[in-house]
Design a protein around this ligand. Structure first.
Ligand code: SAH
Length: 213
């Protein structure tokens, strides 16, 4: 598991690409400059780790494109110490980015293979999420609610009510909504029953699955 000057140089270039594509949040760019993305991918794909593309991981899933991770994280407006719920741990890359930014992270994954693999891997790298949960992201994780931020990293056919309910007042939910194509949508909780909704363009994610294995 090495991360040498060559990888660091490639990361710097990736960060330059993300700046060119419009990412402005310095903390997000710094986190992407720090997390060794190549280690989150199966060895055969290491040479592709620092191009701005999504790639396959285990269990027919993908590690999201760096631009998508960056943009979603920027829209989340992460502050140090924020309590964040992530839906779709996948490779654990997004989890690591949030941890680098000083967040307290809870992350849910419904595929047991990925849950186990990423739990082991994140701890090997020294990343310490508050809790990794094997379960269904549609229902969130009410044991630890409310959250300051919730990020959904798979395409949701609709906005799960439980996720909105688990957001604290002032909190934000960033979720790609749609079936074939998803619209990046940000909900800000303005009051107990009041939500503001904003949309930020189209993306393509693997689906947020409803049925359990
Ligand atoms: N954040 C991940 C992105 C992985 S892709 C990363 O940085 O690599 C989306 C992930 O969501 C997949 O791992 C998939 O298994 C998971 N997923 C799909 N449906 C889910 C559900 N209902 N609950 C929790 N996770 C789910």
């Amino acid at each position: 598991m090495k991360d040498d000057f060559k990888h660091k140089g490639m990361r710097k270039k990736l960060v330059d690409t993300l700046i060119r594509k419009g990412i402005r949040d310095k903390a997000v760019l710094e986190a992407i400059n720090t997390v060794p993305r190549h280690l989150f991918m199966d060895s055969g794909f290491v040479s592709h780790a620092y191009v701005d593309k999504a790639f396959p991981i285990a269990a027919d899933q993908t590690i999201s494109q760096p631009y998508t991770v960056a943009r979603q994280t920027e829209l989340l407006e992460v502050k140090r110490g924020n309590k964040i719920l992530e839906i779709g741990t996948g490779s654990g890359y997004q989890t690591a980015v949030l941890l680098e930014m000083g967040a307290v992270v809870y992350s849910i994954e419904r595929q047991n293979e990925l849950f186990k693999k990423s739990r082991l891997f994140l701890s090997k790298l020294g990343y310490r999420p508050k809790k990794l949960i094997f379960g269904d992201g549609y229902v969130g994780y009410k044991e630890e609610a409310p959250y300051d931020r919730i990020i959904v990293t798979a395409g949701a056919p609709f906005v799960p009510k439980d996720l909105l309910a688990q957001l604290g007042v002032g909190g934000k939910l960033v979720i790609p909504v749609g079936t074939d194509v998803q619209v990046m949508t940000v909900f800000t909780r303005k009051g107990p029953k009041e939500f503001e909704k904003k949309e930020y363009g189209e993306y393509r994610f693997v689906p947020l699955l409803e049925d359990k294995n």
